[in-house]
Design a protein. Structure first.
Length: 249
C-alpha cells in the first residue's frame, strides 16, 4: 500500500500541466535503464488525459508522483497499458502497483472484450502483471498493428527486434485475455481423469505461478544471448562487460 498522502485517480484535462514533466521523466528513466521506449510528446500525453484514458498519481499538495495511459490497436482488439512511470522519490512505495491496478481496471471497463498486453524489461512490472492475470506469451500473440511496432523505433534495441523478424527482443511480452477468464470460470477446479489402466484420478486446474527467481534468470539469459548476437553483428562494439552484467547481476 502506498503512502496515504498519495492519491491515484483517473487523469483529466485539468492535469495537462503535468504532461511535460511526465514525458521528460519517461525519457530520463529509459536512458538510465539503457533501454528505450516509444517516445511520446506532452501533447500526446495531454490528449490521453483529456480522453479519460490515463491514471495519474499525485500527492495531496499537487506534486506529481506517477502516470500510465491506455492505447488501443487492431480496431480495439488489443489495448496496452503504456508509459508506466513513477517519479524517483516515490519509487519502492507500492504506488506503481496501485497505478497498474487502476489502469488495468479502467481498461477492462472501457474495453471489456479487448486483450490487454504489454512489453517490459522490468521484473517488478512482470510481477505486478502476473498478479493481474497476465501470462508470458510469444510476440506472435500480440497485435500486428504496424503503428504499435513503429513505436519501438526509438528503442536502442530496435535492431534486435528487426533482426529477429519481430519474433523476439529484450522485452518480455505479457498478455491478459478476457476469454481465458470466462473459460476458467466455467471450468471446474477439479476434473476427473481416467487413466489407460481404468483408474480415476483427480486433476486440478493449473494456473501460472511465476517462479520469479527462475524467470528473472531466464530473462537475463535471453538478454545475454540477444546482446551477444548484437555485438557480433556490430563487429564487437557492444562491451563484453555489459553482457556480463546483463546475465550475472
Amino acid at each position: 500500500m502506498n503512502d496515504q498522502n498519495i492519491i491515484v485517480r483517473p487523469a483529466t484535462g485539468d492535469d495537462i500541466h503535468y504532461a511535460e514533466t511526465i514525458t521528460n521523466e519517461m525519457e530520463l528513466s529509459a536512458q538510465a535503464r539503457g533501454t528505450g521506449i516509444a517516445k511520446r510528446t506532452p501533447e500526446y500525453v495531454s490528449r490521453k488525459m483529456e480522453e479519460g484514458k490515463a491514471i495519474i498519481a499525485l500527492t495531496k499538495d499537487g506534486t506529481w508522483v506517477g502516470f500510465c495511459y491506455i492505447e488501443e490497436w487492431d480496431d480495439k482488439k488489443f489495448v496496452a497499458n503504456s508509459g508506466l512511470i513513477v517519479s524517483p522519490p516515490f519509487r519502492q512505495t507500492g504506488v506503481a502497483k496501485e497505478i497498474k491496478t487502476k489502469i488495468f481496471d479502467l481498461s477492462r471497463k472501457m474495453y471489456p472484450q479487448s486483450k490487454i498486453f504489454g512489453l517490459t524489461t522490468g521484473l517488478a512490472v512482470m510481477k505486478i502483471n502476473s498478479g493481474l492475470g497476465y501470462k508470458p506469451v510469444t510476440y506472435s500473440e500480440l497485435t500486428t498493428d504496424e503503428e504499435f511496432w513503429k513505436g519501438c523505433r526509438s528503442c536502442v534495441n530496435f535492431d534486435i527486434l528487426t533482426a529477429k523478424n519481430r519474433k523476439n527482443c529484450i522485452c518480455t511480452a505479457m498478455l491478459y485475455d478476457p476469454a481465458n477468464e470466462v473459460a476458467k470460470a466455467e471450468m471446474p477446479a477439479i476434473t476427473k481423469v481416467v487413466t489407460p489402466t481404468g483408474h480415476v484420478r483427480k486433476k486440478r486446474k493449473r494456473e501460472f505461478k511465476g517462479n520469479f527467481k527462475l524467470f528473472d534468470r531466464w530473462v537475463r539469459l535471453k538478454k545475454y544471448i540477444l546482446l551477444r548476437d548484437k555485438k557480433k553483428a556490430d563487429g564487437g562494439k557492444t562491451s563484453s562487460n555489459v553482457l556480463f552484467k546483463m546475465f550475472f547481476w
